[in-house]
Design a binder for this molecule. Structure first.
Ligand SMILES: O=C(O)[C@H](O)[C@@H](O)[C@H](O)[C@H](O)COP(=O)(O)O
Length: 261
């Protein structure tokens, strides 16, 4: 299936961006549950990604989502002990998951050191890939996320897919380990592009002027995901680039008028 081109929404500042993405996420999950009886989301880490989850937790319409019928995955994780403050899982639980009635059996954190695979992130990546396959059943190969939420690094990385890293060129494994991530901590587990691109919708969320270059490069469909990961992250049905005005300042003028006041 041809990846979808990105549509851009610009909001005045980071707070309004986080609130807007939260409202959009609630509506998207409600629609998915109405259409298929359940919804499936992949969360990310980082400042704006976690801010979105905090806004979901306090949104008036929060409980329009049937939290018991939601499957929660992660697109990447820092390979740190469970409960470590630097884990994306820890941030997501604190921001949202501990405040809503999710089914613990349907929340799938990425592995931490000390599991059956020991302290090897590669073993953790293999374990997560097996969990993805088990959840999808034989036919699909891995779950199709209704929304794959991704932050964007200043180097245009998404999840833990960094420019020109071997993980960003991986097309067979569903999840891989890094031991040399440019963004600390160095040991990480990440989904690969085939899984991200299997999402119905990919949402790239970025705030702040330091992301302006990466945001502009993310629209370059000729760049290729290995060199510009944000340009390779596309949903099978829809891709949204959701940014605040500072992050949009290097986009073509047509995009920089805010979608809302
Ligand atoms: O583990 C991580 O750090 C994230 O998964 C990473 O991909 C993050 O989303 C981006 O680096 C943007 O982070 P900020 O929004 O904090 O800039």
């Amino acid at each position: 299936m041809t990846p979808s081109d990105a549509s851009v929404r610009v909001h005045a500042d980071a707070e309004l961006l986080a609130k807007s993405v939260a409202a959009r996420l609630i509506t998207r999950l409600v629609d998915a549950q109405a259409e298929r009886g359940s919804a499936c989301v992949a969360l990310t880490g980082g400042g704006i990604g976690t801010a979105v989850l905090r806004e979901v937790a306090t949104a008036p319409a929060r409980d329009a989502v049937d939290w018991r019928r939601l499957d929660v995955w992660w697109s990447d994780e820092r390979f740190l002990p469970t409960g470590d403050a630097e884990r994306n899982e820890t941030a997501a639980r604190s921001a949202l998951l501990d405040h809503v009635n999710v089914d613990p059996e349907r929340v799938h954190p990425m592995p931490a050191p000390g599991g059956s695979y020991g302290d090897d992130p590669a073993g953790g990546a293999q374990r997560y890939a097996s969990a993805l396959r088990e959840a999808a059943g034989e036919s699909a190969g891995f779950p199709r996320f209704d929304v794959c939420l991704l932050g964007v690094g200043p180097d245009a990385h998404v999840a833990s897919l960094f420019p020109d890293h071997s993980a960003s060129r991986e097309e067979d494994q569903l999840a891989v380990a890094l031991r040399d991530a440019p963004k600390p901590p160095p040991q990480r587990v990440t989904l690969t592009f085939p899984v991200l691109r299997g999402a119905r919708e990919v949402w790239l969320v970025a705030s702040g002027g330091e992301k302006a270059d990466a945001v502009a490069r993310s629209l370059d469909s000729t760049a290729g995901g290995a060199h510009v990961p944000a340009a390779g992250a596309r949903g099978s049905e829809r891709t949204l680039l959701l940014v605040d005005r500072p992050a949009a300042r290097k986009l073509p003028p047509a995009f920089t008028a805010p979608s809302v006041a």
